[in-house]
Design a protein around this ligand. Sequence first.
Ligand code: PLP
Length: 347
Amino acid sequence: MKIERLLRKNIRRLKPYSAKEVPCRVKLDANESPYGFPSFLAPLSDVRTNQYPDPEARELRRVAARLWRLRAGQILPGNGSDELISYLITTFGGPVLFPVPTFSMYGIIAQALGEDAVSVPLDSAFDLDVDGMLAAVRKHRPKLVFLSSPNNPTGNSFSTERIMRIVDASRGIVVIDEAYQPFSGGRGMLHLLGDHENVTVMRTLSKVGFAALRVGMLIGREDLIEAVNRVRLPFNVSALSQAVAVEALKNFSEVKKALKMIRKERERLYSGLKRTDGVTPYPSKANFILFRVGDAEAVYRGLLTRGVLVRYLGPALRDCLRVTVGTPEENGIFLAALREALRRGRQ
Ligand SMILES: *Cc1c(COP(=O)(O)O)cnc(C)c1O
């Protein structure tokens, strides 16, 4: 029996998100934090592993609501924001609109669910092409618009004025994906929730030291959260993840110390890249830097030969690589390996 023959058409052509385990010495490909499990996690021994988790993650929602000065009913935790993207598209359907290049899961999940995906290229500064986006809004009337700001993989935040024009023109929901907001130095877009009824925001713990938990949050008006909650699978966030996430949010000032180090290292890494011949880094408000290097595929391989794993972005950004900000030591190893790989490439 050929399984392929039984698949829905949209699944036949679907390529999964690529996340391979590549053995390496210095892992700087996935925007994880280099700083892990802190000492404030002792309460974990209270988790009752024989029972199902709290299906409504009440404590987690309460703590998050307190941190962001919202109501618990405005927060829906997911198994990573990936799951929440899937729930949003399951709930509202398509068309789904997003700029490109951006986080690939918006398009992958839309396709997997058989919904139309519409993409509009960013402008030459990687900001939103507002005329192109508005034309797509008028033409396709998207049910959902996904804006990652700061944007992965370009690293810049979109201009607030352009985001607002898209929010004002959209009859559907505009999802502002703030996976990298903690690195941006800005306050983010949660303040829009009061006055803009079609805005919802996603945050995640994945980039701030807790990628292993798989905890993301959808934040928005209570009736939207209630609607999305209808498609949520029971017990979608494990008890251990809920417990760690609660402590992480309660101790967010501790977490922020690591974020501050990463921001400082980002600036050091940026100037190191800037001083490297044949490399053009783009300014970043996230915990990674996109840089142009000419033959990116060759440089990617040259780095990997030296044990350093970065992200090769494929045809969409064929002359660029994305490097996550690591510890000072990792960043030093990366820069040395990059310079060596480039020297070899030119010979
Ligand atoms: C990493 C990333 C996510 C995924 O977050 P999880 O919570 O780990 O699922 C979402 N959006 C963007 C833009 C990301 O870069």
